[in-house]
Design a protein around this ligand. Structure first.
Ligand code: PRX
Length: 655
């Protein structure tokens, strides 16, 4: 098991056609139908999206113009009025879906809850009124730091309902990381829980919020709402902290959805880049609603009787787009699971599939590789025959893992959609449509209709088939991020200046290396910047380096990724110490713990290597390429002539 290498995927010739019975009932039934849609969208993207927006969504007021593109800033459905909470809830209430399960939730300790569309609507309206009572107004930002419980989705939808952009922070992030995000977003209120279950242990979420807010270090935050989940004892600060259930109980269930401008901010979600602190990716209302709606509909091919399960956390974009907004906008039944495979229950995912008769299952390659290791006896002991479609997201999938997923989980019946996208893209960009596009293990296949993707060199010129290059998008799409919160210049620099405009046309630089084969299929290789993808989680090397140097023993740190069988990549940190500190295994452990405290357990380095000095160029730049080779145990190749002190390299090699 390993990451796809050029060799393994260049030789990948297997082609899997959608089963005929799947295609017959699918939304998009054949390659020809896909091609027609793709061509139509390419010929006139604005007309394509406008037709779907009209047909698929409810608008309080129609737009004047479909798109306004002032590169790199775009507006979709200009002056249209819409509310995504209305599209996810209210409009289903006048149909038979009123009493259909909207959200099925399974808690880690085995408790469960199902909310119909009518019930979810009621909870969301009540909670929206709670937010209003606490002074939250249209445009105010709200932080959400929660476990995977229905209240997380209720909170998001309630924010959307009153036009208060949410900023969800993954519950695995530390108090420090939470504080940075709350401060950057100037959040007025935070929603959390007394604790959350994580692999049989309790994560003290409220304590972390207290730490994040201590000494008035996030002064914008006026109130904290706390869901009682684990019944841990928590400190409640009078005047600031309130129990969710106390306020929810008495709140009115009458709260009409606020007509939002199509371009009003829906949410901020922080993600790591190669430089600086995590950036707040801004998504707006109308375009995001349409894009997540259409991608969910055509890619997950949802039928009205389906139970659909995406295993992501709502703290990531996958949870936003494909647990909450996309499925609910389609009137689907979306399943939310609080637990994760753990020693006490390694087969819990298969239990959940069997218990609820899950039909469509969407998870990450890292999870699949972990399942392979745990053994096929676990899924084989469960009845998985309800499954009809499988998906993956977050990192390249190696063909071996793809084949295992196909054979053992899908029983060779279920198409697999390998979906390439990013926090920034809002929704899936390159993927198979399961009834239409034949799949090749390891390839995300073809762009979604309306998405114009290319592999280019750094001058923006298309490269030949099978040549590696940079993945770029050449036309705006409705779900794309609008800006970096509070820093439009950073938005321009990060995504629009790596590749120069071509014939006056701006190209979106995704930060991924990829190639397109002779059939036009995309093979994404991974990041080309200083971002590492550990178990599908995106981390900036610079963030981890800053965390390391904030420890008194550390003088300098350089962080790189190395290939890892299970996680795709693992973190290796090269560290030089301050004069009075001495290298030891204890210090290594302490530093790993320190990074986990500063950022979160997902950023804990797998390996720390002490060094006397780091390899630098004469201008003082750390030569990461050399460190990457050293970390992966490869021969250091390529040009080392710019290295300032060659003995540094020799020592690192010996060490
Ligand atoms: O490198 C690509 C990888 O994940 C990055 C985006 O990370 P994030 O914003 O956290 O969003 C993850 C979930 C959408 C991309 O730049 N990536 C995501 N999906 C795939 C992938 N790499 C290869 N194949 C995929 N299917």
């Amino acid at each position: 098991m390993s990451q796809p290498t050029i060799e393994s995927i260049l030789h990948e010739e297997r082609l899997f056609h959608p089963p005929a019975e799947f295609s017959q009932q699918a939304q998009i039934k054949s390659l020809e139908e896909y091609q027609q849609l793709y061509d139509k969208a390419k010929a006139d993207p604005q007309a394509f999206w406008a037709e779907l927006a009209e047909q698929e969504l409810h608008w309080f007021q129609k737009w004047d113009r479909v798109m306004d593109w002032q590169p790199p800033f775009v507006k979709w459905f200009v002056n249209g009025k819409i509310n995504i909470s209305y599209n996810c809830l209210d409009r289903h209430l006048t149909t038979w879906r009123r009493n259909k399960a909207a959200l099925i939730w399974e808690g880690e300790p085995g408790d469960s809850r199902t909310l119909t569309y009518a019930q979810l609507h009621r909870e969301v309206c009540q909670f929206a009124n709670v937010l209003k009572q606490l002074g939250v107004k249209k445009g105010d930002r709200v932080g959400i730091y929660m476990p995977m419980i229905p209240e997380a989705a209720i909170a998001m939808l309630a924010c959307a309902r009153i036009g208060a952009p949410h900023s969800v922070v993954f519950g695995g992030f530390s108090a420090e990381a939470l504080r940075d995000r709350l401060v950057d977003a100037e959040a007025k209120l935070v929603i959390t829980a007394d604790g959350g279950w994580r692999k049989d242990a309790i994560v003290p979420l409220k304590d972390q919020v207290d730490k994040a807010l201590a000494n008035n270090s996030a002064p914008s935050v006026k109130n904290v709402l706390v869901v009682q989940r684990t019944k841990q004892t928590v400190q409640m600060e009078p005047g600031r902290d309130h129990w969710w259930h106390d306020l929810q109980q008495g709140a009115s269930a009458d709260c009409p959805a606020e007509p939002m401008d199509s371009e009003d901010m829906l949410f901020i979600l922080y993600t790591s880049g190669s430089t600086g602190k995590p950036k707040g990716v801004v998504h707006t209302t109308g375009g995001y609603n349409l894009y997540t709606h259409m991608t969910t509909k055509w890619i997950f091919d949802l039928r009205d009787t389906d139970v659909y399960w995406c295993t992501a956390d709502v703290g990531w974009i996958t949870g936003h787009s494909y647990i909450v907004y996309g499925p609910l906008s389609n009137g689907a039944t979306t399943l939310m699971y609080e637990g994760a495979p753990r020693a006490s229950n390694p087969g819990c995912f298969w239990d959940v599939i069997e218990k609820y008769g899950v039909n469509v299952f969407y998870t990450a390659p890292t999870a699949i590789r972990a399942f392979i290791k745990m053994g096929e006896h676990l899924p084989k002991a469960r009845n998985l025959s309800s499954l009809r479609l499988l998906g993956t997201v977050g990192e390249p999938i190696n063909p071996e893992a793809w084949m295992w997923y196909y054979r053992i989980i899908g029983n060779k019946r279920c198409p697999i959609v390998d979906t390439w996208w990013q926090t920034e893209t809002g929704g899936i960009m390159i993927t198979a449509l399961p009834g239409a596009i034949p799949t090749k293990p390891g390839s995300a296949t073809l762009p979604f209709p309306g998405i114009l993707a290319e592999i280019v060199d750094l001058d923006g010129n298309p490269v030949n088939a099978n040549d590696g290059g940079y993945l770029a998008i050449t036309h705006p799409w409705p779900g794309m991020m609008r800006t970096v919160y509070g820093d439009p210049d950073r938005f321009r620099r990060t995504y629009w200046e790596h590749i120069p405009p071509r014939n006056g046309q701006s190209l979106y630089f995704a930060g991924d290396g990829a190639r397109q084969d002779e059939d036009g299929y995309f093979w994404v290789m991974g990041r080309v910047d200083d971002v590492i993808n550990v178990a599908g989680h995106r981390l900036g090397t610079m963030e981890i380096e800053s965390a390391l140097v904030s420890h008194p023993a550390v003088a300098e740190a350089a962080v790189v990724g190395k290939p890892d069988e299970l996680k795709g990549q693992d973190i290796v940190a090269f560290v030089t110490l301050e004069g009075n500190a001495s290298a030891s295994d204890e210090l290594k452990n302490e530093l790993k713990k320190h990074v986990a405290n500063e950022i979160g357990a997902i950023a804990r380095p797998g390996e720390i290597r002490f060094a006397d000095a780091l390899p630098k160029t004469r201008s003082g730049k750390i030569m990461r390429r050399l460190l990457r080779s050293l970390a992966s145990g490869e021969e250091v190749s390529g040009d080392t002539s710019t290295l300032e002190d060659r003995s540094v390299l020799e020592k690192l090699r010996e060490g």
